[in-house]
Design a binder for this molecule. Sequence first.
Ligand code: NDP
Length: 339
Amino acid sequence: NRRFLLQKRPHGTPQRDDFSLKTGPVPTAPEGGLVVRNRYISLDPAQRGWMDDAPSYMPPIPLGEPVRATTVGVVHESRHPDFAPGDWVLGLNGVEDYSVVTPGGFTSKIDVSIVDRPSRYLSAVGAVGLTAYFGLTDAAAPRAGETLLVTGAAGAVGSMVGQIGKILGLRVIGIAGGAEKCRRLVEDYGFDVAIDYKGIDDRGKAVDALAAEVAAAAPDGVDILFENVGGDVMDAVLLNLALHARVVLCGLISEYNAPEKIGIRNLWQVIVKQATIKGFLIAGYVPRFAEGGAAVAQWLGEGRLRVDEDIQHGLDNAYDAFMRLFTGANTGKLVLAVD
Ligand code: NDP
């Protein structure tokens, strides 16, 4: 059983030696619990937050323990009446070959016959799809004809938000890093406009320059900002809010590796435009997962949503794979396949 352990709390950008890969015996199931053999491991920006010892919606990952992760796997041993060896399950486990699920732990059976591959439960019909669905349809309260701007637009959540926006009749602008991602936004995901936040030297453009590009793309202002990035990108969009705009704060990835939080300088625009900022956390929507899952599954079945996955391989590759989220190398939902 190989386990990818958190050895040190990262200061800023995670370093290779903040982690270690240790091998041990395959665990046995506790009374009323399970052992799951993980097949697909979700690598998410949220894991970076769980590595810090700071107040959050979950306790920090204990040092010396595997990096916490949502996984899709197969029941290896069961001492629970509702699960049998061979059942496919989704749960909150760790970056490791085998995970022990204690009684009451979060694990549910999944039907892999309705998807083209089990990793879909980490992307399209998993937390990513539900975040896009509820973040837009519920938290943003969209009305057809409005202008939606998505940051981190070419990523797992962002690309789905933009496509759902088009389904709902919105005009959709995406901001992403680099010409190739911007091409994909328009050609693959159907965004109306794509804006590259990076300059020619690959660093972020100045706030004023980016704000001018947003102004050109949204002459009547941005009614809904779906924010995944924060920092300068968010500051540029705040200068272009429409009256009574709604800002859904879903993520602030530009800050996750910053040793000091960056913060937002144009917050006063929220007052000027009488806008609303709403913090969004998918965990708050658990009672409505079936509803959201059904809606996303229907759009997928109708071919109206394109969901890309960036599948990396091997537990010994966990660090390099995880870092793709922060260099922008990932093209779609980042998943580690345990081969
Ligand atoms: P993505 O697939 O979007 O991957 C992360 C992307 O973020 C990268 O590809 C990169 O794209 C971009 N990025 C990385 N660093 C920076 C930076 N410094 N400045 C600007 N962009 C950067 O990941 P997810 O779709 O899984 O997550 C997207 C966001 O959604 C995250 O902020 C995450 O925390 C949040 N989230 C929130 C949830 C909630 O319940 N609130 C649930 C799920 C996700 P590029 O090349 O364009 O820079």
